[in-house]
Write a protein that binds this ligand. Structure first.
Ligand code: UDP
Length: 328
């Protein structure tokens, strides 16, 4: 298939693009490099430097015909979405609608969309199933939910075949691609940077959550398993329907447990400090991915947190060495 991957210079987008190329698909990456890296775009993909909102229509016309779009390009930081909501409503929703319109105009009928667990907000019960109420606790989740609603109505009215994948906490690395953001806010890469001595310590955001050890619990999914789900979603998309799947490992780990696993995997002890809760963070997010298992035939292979952290560590260490040996 010929595929447009928006955000293919970002973490998840670059891993999925790598996987699609391995499977013999043709990949065009559209990315504005606002948070991604040009070097992350896998060799073998065509790269277009541009914005989803302004440039998708032109790219679909000039580089097509395309069989499908995989839409990753988005703002995705909970804390930033609370302080800069305009960036999120424009970058995620306004640009997302422009992408849907451009797809309809160009006759591209299949979409795989990066949605998020943040669409559910603070869940009534875990694991979270796809029929759970959606009540985002932050603008990030609200913007992703808004696009999910738009996709549903475009699927029904315009015959789009769409699949939204609601990721829980993605981590790990695959095929030389991993987490490498200019501004890093995610737990595992930050902890590994502390292990490397690139930051003085790691802060635990809140120790007064209603959880076993008082720190927030998340469900960490290996990015390679996530990539496999995108491939299955692409095959499963059906005109006129919008399917939604949660993707996680089904197991929750507290911030303290993640830090302990990182200490164990790296063999390095580093300072840990207690900080205030971060605005907009729910206490516990754990996925039920049963629907993806039943309907997509998804079979996650790397569900052990130790393996997730080990793969992330290998990538982070290599990145640190490259930065160290780069000419100044
Ligand atoms: N977290 C933390 N210290 C950090 C970064 C994150 O305690 O330096 C916590 C954060 O509050 C959340 C969990 O780790 O409870 C996972 O956060 P992350 O930003 O990785 O993903 P999110 O759950 O926000 O998508």
């Amino acid at each position: 298939m010929r595929l447009l991957v928006t955000g293919g210079a970002g973490y998840v987008g670059s891993v999925v693009a790598t996987r699609l190329l391995e499977l013999g698909h043709q990949v065009v990456v559209l990315d504005d490099l606002s948070t991604g890296n040009r070097e992350a775009v896998p060799a073998g993909a065509e790269f277009v430097h541009g914005e989803v909102g302004a440039d998708t229509a032109g790219v679909l016309a000039a580089h097509g015909p395309f069989d499908a779009v995989l839409h990753f390009a988005a703002m995705s930081l909970v804390g930033e979405s609370v302080t800069d909501p305009d960036k999120y409503w424009h970058g995620n929703v306004v640009a997302g609608i422009a992408l849907l319109d451009a797809m309809c105009e160009a006759g591209v009928g299949t979409l795989v969309f990066s949605s998020t667990a943040a669409t559910y907000g603070e869940p009534d019960r875990v694991p979270i199933v796809e029929t759970a109420p959606t009540a985002p606790t932050n603008p990030y989740g609200a913007t992703k939910l808004a696009i999910d609603h738009a996709i549903t109505s475009y699927a029904h009215a315009r015959g789009l075949g769409a699949v939204s994948l609601r990721y829980f906490n993605v981590a790990g690395a695959y095929g030389g691609a991993g987490e490498n953001r200019v501004v890093e806010t995610h737990l595992i890469p930050l902890v590994l940077q502390a292990a490397l001595g690139h930051r003085p310590d790691i802060a635990i955001f809140g120790t007064d959550y209603p959880t076993a050890d008082g720190t927030a619990v998340r469900d960490y999914i290996h990015v390679a398993d996530l990539a496999d789900a995108h491939v299955l979603a692409l095959e499963a998309a059906e005109s006129g329907t919008h399917r939604i799947y949660n993707l996680g490992s089904g197991e929750g780990f507290s911030v303290r447990e993640v830090i302990d696993t990182c200490k164990q995997v790296t063999g390095i002890d580093f300072p840990v400090r207690i900080a205030e809760r971060r605005a907009g963070d729910p206490a516990v997010l754990i996925a039920s991915s049963q629907r993806a298992v039943d309907e997509l035939g998804w079979r996650p292979q790397r569900t052990d947190l130790t393996q997730v952290v080990a793969d992330a560590w290998e990538y982070t260490r290599a990145l640190g060495e490259r930065a160290h040996s780069a000419p100044r």
